[in-house]
Design a protein around this ligand. Sequence first.
Ligand SMILES: *[C@@H]1O[C@H](CO)[C@@H](O)[C@H](O)[C@H]1NC(C)=O
Ligand SMILES: *[C@@H]1O[C@H](CO)[C@@H](O)[C@H](O)[C@H]1NC(C)=O
Ligand SMILES: *[C@@H]1O[C@H](CO)[C@@H](O)[C@H](O)[C@H]1NC(C)=O
Ligand SMILES: *[C@@H]1O[C@H](CO)[C@@H](O)[C@H](O)[C@H]1NC(C)=O
Length: 331
Amino acid sequence: MVFLALGIEGSANKIGVGIVNGDGEILANPRRTHIAPPGSGFLPKETADHHRAHILDLISEALSQAQVTLSNISLICYTKGPGMALPLSVGALVARTLSQLYNIPIIGVNHCVGHIEMGRLVTKAENPTILYVSGGNSQVIAYNESRYRIFGETLDIAVGNCLDRFARIINISNDPAPGYNIEQLAKQGKNLIELPYVVKGMDVSFSGMLTFIESIAKNHSQEDLCFSLQETAFAMLVETAERAMAHCNSNEVLIVGGVGCNLRLQEMVKDMLKDRNGKLHAMDDRYCIDNGAMIAYTGMLQYQHGDRMELIDCTFTQRFRTDEVLVTWRS
Ligand SMILES: *[C@@H]1O[C@H](CO)[C@@H](O)[C@H](O)[C@H]1NC(C)=O
Ligand SMILES: *[C@@H]1O[C@H](CO)[C@@H](O)[C@H](O)[C@H]1NC(C)=O
Ligand SMILES: *[C@@H]1O[C@H](CO)[C@@H](O)[C@H](O)[C@H]1NC(C)=O
Ligand SMILES: *[C@@H]1O[C@H](CO)[C@@H](O)[C@H](O)[C@H]1NC(C)=O
């Protein structure tokens, strides 16, 4: 019998269900995105409603793509946190229900660690410095002594949140994602507007830049604003990643998280790595953006290395730091 893990991710505006086998092959990974109207962000209640409306269909879709049934599933994995409480509660509830109905073991997974392990699986990066950039997180991470240690992070909002909020200020579409539309507009930008650049040691800050760009938004073209925002925010991230690499004596970078699909960010990291003779590991939107397979795969690693959870402990939590997880599956 093949070991099969089913993973449910729903910590933000995507709901995804993935199925992964014991060899780490991704058999199915469908997802749906809740898209808010231009000028607004996704709200907890609407996002949870969206997830509830789609989760059962997604489970059926994933099972049929993988050509298995629920009775074939060996392990149910779900995102325990971090994320928005109401959307998280949908995944946790459905995972617990499936676990009880089909008598399948269940494991809660840290969302950030899920991104990292998915990145290592897809890119085959062994021990990279990790740049984790999304709507909820901006961290520079490296593995050390059974933990993913956070070497640097944002002191206020995440880079993806900064992009999302800027998209709302200039009223551009959230479809398929605000960051994607900013990336397209930025390609036409010609003039670099000077914006506050805040790096403190290994940490970064984006909120001052957002306030500033809001105040001058009417004086510049959308293209120049998007271009300048990307160039400045990404340069801050590249600088801290480079510093972490020097500290850890590493010459590989793995970019994970939704902002990691941004090709301009990937190019800027590549340029930095050229000088160091380093290598970039990046992914496209299938695996970079929140998805169910990353939760299935990471839960499976935990389970295969002895992690067990009682149903009563299968809760969810808005705060759950990357370095709280004991990484039992790496030596
Ligand atoms: C799924 O379960 C059915 C019935 O128990 C079995 O015949 C089939 O081989 C299983 N498939 C996999 C991939 O394990
Ligand atoms: C924002 O854009 C939408 C359509 O894309 C439009 O209906 C709306 O009026 C705009 N709002 C503002 C404040 O410009
Ligand atoms: C923006 O433009 C307006 C006139 O359109 C001007 O009064 C204002 O000083 C400008 N602001 C900045 C920050 O350049
Ligand atoms: C790894 O952790 C150990 C002990 O916590 C510490 O002494 C060492 O400096 C760390 N290595 C790096 C590269 O931070």
